[in-house]
Design a protein around this ligand. Structure first.
Ligand SMILES: NC(=O)c1ccc[n+]([C@@H]2O[C@H](COP(=O)([O-])OP(=O)(O)OC[C@H]3O[C@@H](n4cnc5c(N)ncnc54)[C@H](OP(=O)(O)O)[C@@H]3O)[C@@H](O)[C@H]2O)c1
Length: 289
């Protein structure tokens, strides 16, 4: 079990600290900008000295995890490299989906093993339960030793390690955003369209959540291509026309979203064998021709 320091005990850092502590790791320090925030995190994690001094936090751990906002990571690495800490034998990881271990170069130069350790999961609050890490993928990238250390943490958390090359990280992260953030945009749009037909937010949520959960179950059982249902994959141009007319009349701000997603659905329908004539008719409607 490792001595771990968490620098940036915010939404992810605190949830991670709590989960690692539960698995038997020793959380030595929790650093935040404000002591108030660090103390709040300490209450959730149950261990670790709450501090605002990032160097003091880093000195206390053999594994140092930077859960800082992406734009703070390089500056923190520079600052920590100048701090006089002996970095040989330490492993430093950051949790950015986009950045690579290269952002930690000043610490590598001082002898640390460096890596990126990105849980592909959303942590909207500080105190998310340890189960939130179970079964999820972690994008890992970096030095051999850092990958070994990070891989061990992933196993302890019940996750799956996915090794990503340095060059592939931006695409990997864009895919995470498509899978996690953009469906939220579509659910919000669905609630907005329902509101135009007089359905309250509360009722809308009760309609959307089970519908989305059913779709997710189908994706898990089949795959995204096999899980697609609805008028486009059936080739029902009349329904698509009626939707477009209703949106144009009552909710025009959602028309573009409907059209663009419809065109993407049409590609899947093509792979599923939709006849050319039906594909052409629906494309003409969606493209507004
Ligand atoms: N949240 C997620 O869903 C999620 C998922 C995967 C990966 N990530 C990655 O995890 C990282 C952190 O994201 P987050 O959402 O957890 O951010 P967050 O909730 O805003 O937490 C950032 C933490 O960093 C601290 N901090 C900021 N600047 C600092 C500085 N100069 N010195 C010391 N501490 C500083 C903040 O302190 P205060 O509390 O005092 O403000 C806060 O505790 C990012 O790289 C993000 O891409 C996040």
């Amino acid at each position: 079990m490792a001595d771990i320091s968490i620098i940036g005990a915010g939404r992810l850092g605190t949830s991670l600290g709590r989960a690692l502590a539960e698995r038997g790791h020793r959380i030595r320090a929790l650093a935040c900008r404000s002591l108030r925030s660090a103390r709040e995190s300490r209450k959730i994690v149950g261990q670790g000295r709450p501090v605002t001094d990032v160097a003091a936090a880093a000195a206390a751990g053999r594994v140092v995890i930077l859960c800082l906002p992406d734009e703070r990571i390089r500056a923190a690495a520079v600052r920590l490299a100048r701090s006089g800490i002996d970095w040989s034998g330490k492993t430093v990881l950051h949790t950015s989906g986009l950045l690579t271990a290269e952002a930690l170069r000043p610490l590598r130069k001082r002898g640390a093993a460096a890596g990126s350790f990105h849980p592909a999961q959303a942590f909207p609050e500080k105190g998310m339960p340890p189960s939130r890490f179970r079964g999820i993928s972690f994008g890992l990238e970096g030095d051999r030793i850092a990958l070994e250390v990070a891989g061990g943490l992933v196993r302890d958390l019940g996750g799956r390690a996915l090794i990503i090359s340095e060059a592939a990280k931006p695409l990997y992260h864009a895919a995470c955003i498509l899978a996690s953030n953009y469906p939220v945009v579509l659910w919000q749009a669905a609630a907005g369209v329902l509101e135009r037909s007089g359905i309250t937010d509360r009722e809308a949520l009760r309609l959307i959540v089970p519908l989305a959960e059913g779709t997710l179950r189908s994706v898990k059982k089949l795959d995204p291509e096999g899980a697609l249902t609805g008028p486009i994959v059936r080739g029902d141009a009349g329904t698509v026309r009626a939707h477009l007319e209703a949106l144009r009349r009552s909710a025009p701000e959602y028309l573009r979203l409907y059209r663009e997603n419809g065109l993407a659905a049409l590609k899947i329908a093509g792979k599923r064998g939709l006849a050319d004539g039906k594909t052409r008719a629906i494309r003409a409607l969606l493209e507004g021709r």
